[in-house]
Design a protein around this ligand. Structure first.
Ligand code: 3HC
Ligand code: NAI
Length: 656
């Protein structure tokens, strides 16, 4: 097999070119190729060396598929030592994304240039790791302690211009990268630029308290994760140990992270997320329908957020409401959301204005005639939804995709209300829709392949992570929530308190305890849904009696100031004896014996409830694969990333 790394002389410059699609990851062959090329350059007529990549990006990191397997020589730190120890200056020329080991390669070079569109970052923390090839030692020497900590503990990439301001990139090349980088390298030679090793630079001045501050902040922000705290220790070592000692500590901590269940879980998620975007049986060559204009019906909690998702991606949106007042209310919430993003520095005023200008409103369904996609987000009423789809069938142009944001309803029944069920699909967004990453894409029995492929692709355009679900009550996520919620009620009756349940689950890693979630969503939603059911359909009263009593007392959750908790002026939950009395009375009425329940039992029973339902969902073919369920729970329901999702967690417990 030919090497993915080539070497040639371009006049007096030795050019090392990496070509290992899709992202030029540092596989063994790439590492060996770079080591060979550097060695060749030391003995030929070149006066300087340039490292550049072909394809869509500079090196995007170590090859994650090699993680967890025995390391094959040369190791990345060895390769980087060769780069840094080159007797001729080495220039890295960056386009696309220089991430992880890719950025570490660039930092081992003596000079760095980049296209303005390039991004650089150290995202290892998102894989439960820390930069393991000198990133923790070289970055603070070049950019200072704070910038290094921010880059590594957030894992978020930064634009080339920011990287230049931080001292990680020396020059921005505006035109063609190859010719620009060659010309700049010749300029460096002409100036007599020396071999400049990052490892030999000293760390700029820093605030003495910074490490304690970051440790305290990360203990809260990245609860239970080990990699962020190890990153702080490695950066601290860069300030008070030699480069070699710092490298040794970095290696030790990198290996500890690599062998941790947390990193295994987060690496699982990396591939799960990419796998989820693929639909079995639908090839990459499936034709896509163009989506240039979108209609959203309903400007409430979900409709407004959905409209923003498309506008933020540059797609124009028409929002339909029942009345001028309702429309004005919906649009004003959108205005408020954009205002908030500007205030928090998430969007510039200009960008927010440009996005907002893409959203228009109407009370006339005829305004949807030219839309390529229409998403319905009205009340969760199956008859209303069917009526709306009949209307859409009349006004939408042929080939338009018609989607419903229903949380539970039968997408096939909604599709059957139209004369074109092949164009109907479910797009289940999560609240707040403009922020939450998950999109459950519900494939109806008649949904056409090109409709599904178009929506999966569109999800990426609007920066969502799509997961395909078949049709069933609640699809993947909400269906699993049902037994989870019922188990919470049983735990309360058997002796746990709301605060104990929430604390146990939050300590375990859930973003929010279940009872706080119920209070936030509103207890009246489930109450109303239950009113429409027969006693048989409702099931065991132990699983709903307490919330029913609370709703009948006017305690509908956070919005009414009380639910499973009372809420103080600042919206913080406070345990409430009234609720405890209700729980104990209901337990007595229903003959439930109360006992002391341990936190371990709470976690074990709640996670098992999710996993058991997940297995049924898999068996029934509602989810394509187990890892899709993990993606749903992590991106839609606050399941801890470092546990890899309920299905991965259950498997890893079984194999432990
Ligand atoms: N190793 C192996 N495969 C990788 C990879 C990597 N580092 N990065 C991406 N891929 C694969 C993906 O799995 C995907 O494969 P598939 O087509 O078979 O599903 C393919 O490349 C394309 O990836 P994306 O779909 O994510 O493509 P995008 O264009 O959307 O994004 C990217 C490109 C920004 C580079 C994104 O893939 C990414 O963020 N990659 C991970 C970067 C990363 O985490 N690097 C650090 C690795 S750890 C490290 O370097 C340790 C070091 O410090 C020692
Ligand atoms: P909402 O009550 O906040 O908004 C619904 C809006 O639809 C209202 O503004 C109403 O005026 C409008 N509407 C009603 N009939 C209409 C019609 N015929 N034409 C145009 N507009 C009409 O409801 P919400 O929360 O936004 O939910 C909408 C849908 O999204 C429901 O199906 C719900 O199950 C689903 N969903 C809700 C989530 C949530 O957290 N709120 C999460 C995911 C899905």
């Amino acid at each position: 097999m030919s090497s993915p790394v080539s070497y040639k002389l371009d006049g007096n410059i030795g050019v090392i070119s990496v070509n290992f699609p899709p992202v030029n990851a540092l596989s063994q062959a790439v590492r060996a190729g770079i080591v060979d090329a550097i060695a060749t350059a030391q003995g030929d007529s070149s006066e300087a060396v340039m490292i550049i990549c072909e394809g869509r990006t500079f090196i995007a990191g170590a090859d994650i598929t090699e993680f967890g397997k025995p390391i094959q020589s040369p190791w990345l730190p060895e390769m980087l030592a060769d780069v840094e120890n080159s007797s001729k200056i080495v220039v890295a020329a960056i386009h696309g994304t220089a991430l992880g080991g890719g950025l570490e390669t660039a930092l081992s070079a003596h000079y760095r240039c980049a296209l303005p569109s390039a991004k650089i970052g150290l995202p290892e923390v998102k894989l439960g790791l820390l930069p393991g090839a000198g990133g923790t030692q070289r970055t603070p020497r070049l950019a200072g302690v704070k910038a290094a900590l921010d880059l590594m503990t957030s894992g978020a990439p930064v634009a080339a211009s920011m990287a230049r301001d931080a001292g990680l990139v020396d020059k921005i090349i505006d035109d063609d990268l190859y010719s620009g980088a060659i010309a700049w390298t010749r300029e460096l030679l002409a100036e007599g630029a020396p071999v400049r090793k990052s490892s030999e630079q000293s760390v700029p001045e820093f605030d003495a308290d910074i490490f304690d501050e970051y440790r305290a902040m990360l203990k809260k922000r990245a609860r239970g994760q080990i990699a962020p705290l190890h990153i702080v220790s490695c950066v601290e070592a860069a300030t008070n140990k030699t480069f070699q000692e710092g490298m040794a500590l970095e290696r030790e901590m990198f290996m500890a992270c690599m062998e941790s269940p947390q990193s295994a879980a987060m690496r699982h998620l990396f591939f799960a997320e990419r796998q989820a975007a693929k639909v079995d049986g639908i090839g990459k060559d499936t034709p896509l329908r163009p989506i240039k204009t979108v209609g959203v019906i309903g400007g409430g909690t979900m409709g407004g957020g959905i409209a923003m998702c498309f506008a933020n991606a540059g797609i124009s949106v028409t929002m339909i409401e029942i009345s001028d007042d309702a429309l004005a209310r919906g649009l004003s919430i959108i205005d408020k959301n954009y205002g908030g993003s500007v205030k928090r520095g998430k969007l510039s005023q200009d960008k927010a204005a440009a996005c907002r200008a893409l959203i228009s409103g109407s009370t006339d369904y005829a305004s949807l005639a030219e839309c390529d996609l229409v998403i319905e987000a009205v009340f969760e009423d199956p008859e209303l939804k069917k009526r709306i789809f009949r209307q859409l069938d009349e006004v939408c142009k042929p080939g338009a995709i018609m989607a419903t944001n229903t949380s539970y309803q039968d997408v096939d029944a909604i599709a059957a209300a139209t004369s074109r069920p092949q164009d109907v699909i479910g797009t289940h967004f999560f609240s707040p829709a403009h922020i939450m990453k998950l999109l459950e894409v519900v494939r109806g029995a008649s949904t056409a392949d090109d409709v599904l492929a178009t929506v999966m692709k569109l999800a990426k355009t609007i920066r969502k992570i799509p997961v395909v679900s078949g049709v069933c009550y609640g699809f993947i996520g909400n269906r699993m929530l049902n037994p989870y919620g019922k188990t919470v009620q049983l735990l309360l009756l058997e002796g746990a308190t709301p605060l104990q349940v929430d604390t146990a689950m939050e300590e375990w890693g859930m973003a929010m305890g279940p009872l706080r979630v119920f209070d936030l969503a509103g207890l009246d939603v489930g109450y109303k849904a239950r009113q429409a059911l027969s006693d048989d359909e409702k099931g065991d009263p132990k699983t709903y009696q307490v919330p029913d009593v609370l709703v009948e007392m006017g305690r509908t959750g956070q919005k009414s100031g009380a639910g499973f908790y009372e809420y103080d002026d600042r919206g913080r939950p406070v345990a409430d004896q009234v609720v405890q009395n209700v729980i104990e009375e209901v337990a007595k009425d229903l003959g439930v014996e109360r006992r002391k329940i341990s936190d371990d039992e709470i976690v074990e029973r709640l996670i098992s409830a999710l996993v058991n339902e997940g297995r049924k969902i898999l068996d029934e073919g509602i989810a394509q694969r187990s890892s899709d369920i993990d993606v749903v729970y992590i991106y839609g329901y606050g399941f801890p990333v470092s546990r890899g999702g309920p299905m991965f967690y259950a498997d890893s417990q079984r194999n432990a």
